[in-house]
Design a protein around this ligand. Sequence first.
Ligand SMILES: [Zn+2]
Length: 509
Amino acid sequence: MSAKAANAISPARREDYAEWYQQVVKAADMAETSPVRGCMVIKPWGYSFWENIQRNMDAMFKATGHVNAYFPLFIPKSYLEKEAEHVEGFAKECAVVTHHRLEAGPDGGLVPAGELDEPLIVRPTSETIIGATYAKWVQSYRDLPILINQWGNVVRWELRTRLFLRTAEFLWQEGHTAHETSEEAWEETKRMLEVYREFVEDYLAIPVLTGLKTAGQRFPGAVETLCIEAMMQDRKALQSGTSHFLGQNFAKASGIIYQSREGREEHAWTTSWGFSTRMIGGAVMTHGDDDGMVMPPRLAPSQVVILPIFRSDEERAKSVEYAEGIAGALRKLRTVWGDPVSAIVDKRDVNAGEKGWEWVKKGIPLRVEVGPRDIEKDAVFVARRDRGAKEKYGQGREEFIASVPALLKEMQDGLFARALACRTANTRDIDGFEEFGRFFTPKNAEKPEIHGGFAMSHWCGGRDCEDRVTNELSVTIRCVPFDVEKSGGGNCIVCGKPSKGRVPFAKAY
Ligand SMILES: [Zn+2]
């Protein structure tokens, strides 16, 4: 009891969720704040998680016909200005480069010199620069479709930042496609949302709702934005990936014109879709517990850590050799998802208890202790990260090794089931505005983060009703589900006018 309390994350989730989150990211050694305000340093354990996200998602993009390319970090201001809604949406968070040189100043320091004729914007997203490039590439319908993805970084100047969730610079991928017809572009927009849904549910083990954003929540310049939305453990929503149908808006702004099959000049139809390091924060907030991070096994930087236990140099040599043997045998196995099992041996000369806790906090799925007595019995001592930190079981070595692929799958499925149960328990159909208000009003003023969760309520489709709940309760419509009519018709929670079906309302990150 006392050992656990000393090692657990402080504060606990229930005490202060926001601070708990920061402490988990720190304790798991995933990222830290940097000397540059608002920017983070992603540490090896966090970056390795991102690399696994990248590798698996990239394979899904390639399997759906996309290729990768790279476009400039800087965007001429005039490009951004070409699409009115787009520039309005991003203007407030642009980092602007105005000079290209430093010179000795009057006080001995360096001052910017060489003012640029046209300021450059550090990309907040790349629709305009990529659009200008596609305009050069596309002449005929034969040049379409273009199906390109870019892995890179973007900058959106944020004043209030939180590691992974909101930082001035973050890593992401952005897909940009151009098509001959509206139908094709729509198919692409939906296809990529489905890729995100599959990835977030099957790899990150986070259940999501899918649907369309309302007009007020759309990507600036898009005709429609499709999204996946997840519920975190504090019952707030996290937008977890978006796919935009841009219609001909950006093609017109950038001049992506092609000669059609009938010989006419037409504007292309474009899409864009993005997914970022923000979802690392989403994984922490969905799976983390009061002992630290819990990595979904399918994307964990390592799936098994083997901890040799020893008291003397002689024991050390034996334990390490035994541990290496187990790691080697595990690496020859494949997970049920087809990748080799990833196993590491932590040989550091650190107190065994302390070492064990470090791995608990990092969220590695399986911890295996091997000491002299286990070696004698040809056995191991196993702890699963989805169980209590002190819960361990002994098992024969061979038997354990053979069990690992199924065990990882069981843990992955268990994490998803737990997250889904949390969402289900905190989602409610609500029909009266008073009850709706109570649902989103914290019962305890000292813990404003504790509120109802997702309210499934009727909405007439009117902007005024949406704005009212946003202004009064800081609640937004997360999406209009694709199958909105399935929940049956009713009356708008705000104005009482007819509604086609229920939509999820929630507080959001
Ligand atoms: Zn209404």
